[in-house]
Design a protein around this ligand. Sequence first.
Ligand code: GLA
Length: 361
Amino acid sequence: MSGARIFRAPGRVNLIGEHTDYNLGFVLPIALGLETRIYSTPSADGRLRVHSTAHNETRDWGLEQIASCTPQSHWSDYFIGVAREIAALGFEIAPLDLKIESTVPEGAGLSSSAALEVAAALALLQGRTLDGLEIARLCQRAESGFVGMPCGIMDQYVSLFGREGAATKVDCRTLESEAVPLPAGIAIVAVNSMVKHSLGQSAYRIRVAECAEAARAMGVESLREATAEQVNMTLMPEVVRCRARHIVTENLRVEAFVEAARTGDCGRMGRLFSESHASMRDDYEISCAEIDFLVGAAESLPGCYGARMTGGGFGGCTVNLVAAEGAAFFIGAIRHIYQDAWGKNPQIVECVPAAGAGEIL
Ligand code: GLA
């Protein structure tokens, strides 16, 4: 596709603050070097056409069909869901030939879907200006309203607003963010369990409902407003109390982690990772055997400060905080240990905070 315009949007790894976004709390993701690129040229026949190199499939639509599309449980739902939202905002969709290429693994908890949505939004906008927050919101609407996954705003937000060289702390109530530089001498390593979270969507939906139930029981608008004391004292089903406890303690852990990062206290950062994982495993119940194994194995290795599952849950990746000088040893050892125990070769990514989405000029 010579002469194509190229739009890119990164995947992300969330350092801490899991399932807090739809409870209007805090998250601390970084945008990754892994990204989705969309190559765009005008289409000759007036249709909107998109080809996925990963799936080796092409889909196309007449421009007049876009508004009435229905979800097909297909990768192209993310794309056309975004097109519908952009059209609904009053932007004309141009007839384009688009080619999607991505280095973000699917189903790994590294947000391949948000990377696709954001790259699609930029490609469909073709440089027309729309506030970044509006783009994040329209992509989230496409995923929750069209694809049917009632996600929060974290993934789309950081895919747009990620910063090179720093994590991004997002307040999901105000949608303001700040850069959180990480101490020198640490490496962030994502280890993909290669377990795809097929359970994820239905369990995610249930967690969203349980959190809403807990908030109702405590008479607060969202769990962001709830205190640990309210969670302990209010009458609610035990399982709902556990879910709420995860959210309330996780928000506190994000703030403690940011403080530890600012003072360079890697030991504390690592302990907060471990506590976060225990809370996701026991209170939020979104882990699985392979992930718990990877976390335990990582924490027994020299130079690892702490490990936790990252992303929606039920598989995907762990994120590990490792002393930089020991990272190569860590990567070799965790690969070997996991392969030996589960017969799967984990994909391992050293995560370096990258900048958010844009056009490649
Ligand atoms: C998925 C969702 C996000 C967030 C995470 C869990 O990635 O898309 O909005 O809720 O799970 O932290």
